[in-house]
Ligand binder design. Sequence first.
Ligand code: ZN
Ligand code: ZN
Length: 295
Amino acid sequence: MGIAQPEDSPISESALPAVATSSLGPEPWKAPWWRPAKGDRATFFYLMLINLLAIAGVIFFPMPGWKIAAVTFALIWVGGMGVTVGYHRSLAHTSVRLHPIVRHALIFFAMFNGSGAPDSWTANHRQHHAKVETPEDISSPWIGGFWWSHLRWLWQAGNVPLQRWCPDLDQPQYRFWNRMQIPILAVSLFGGLAFGWTAFFWLGPMRLAASLHLQCFINSIAHMRPGRTDGEDSSQNITWLGFLHMFQGENWHGNHHAKPWSARFGWKVWQLDFGWYAIVLLEAVGLAAKVRRPF
Ligand SMILES: [Zn+2]
Ligand SMILES: [Zn+2]
């Protein structure tokens, strides 16, 4: 199944390795969930850590006060914009060209909410579209089940070949962010400690775990359309997920798979899409160009 890229697609058909290979074998979803693939131990440890600490935070520090709550939600919001506008629409699908300052600010906030470096995110995502609902789709719930699609692929699917999927990001401006990943994540996770334990749990693990699961819902439940026939793309729009996503647009995932090159995910007026509104605004002030519209 093709990725339906526009004519100037950065992805070239070539003899480069096509897909991720996992040290856990050709069907890594059959391995025990707690066994990370080679090279993914740190990812596994980090994800377990933030989830366990987030649970502890909910139990022991349930009431943050309005200042900590406001900063937490603001960071989730701007991190979500970093992912949907910066990583997803701009880098992975080249559906909009952002001014470098906007692009790199969005990359920073996407990384600050734990979404990883721009090249690996882009490569994983392009392989997902190109191989959707096949064993080569890194996160299909129809292949590996709910937990595979929601979380396990992050530490068990192996590494997607970057040169195959995102040669366009093999530039110093993006490689820079690979070196920044651990320092940014360290500040993101532990920075709240400077303001006490409540701030630590809310600004660190609770915010990071919330951002993680909000994003992972797109790989899991947004790909579990009932009534889908074998081999068919199972992406779907989920309105209620929009409330959790503060209507940044990712919940219109069925729309998105139908026209992945479009910068607009919410096609109807009532399909709120703040990622799209941000792009329109940036375009109006000259900070975004080459915006691809669905119609
Ligand atoms: Zn998808
Ligand atoms: Zn996409």
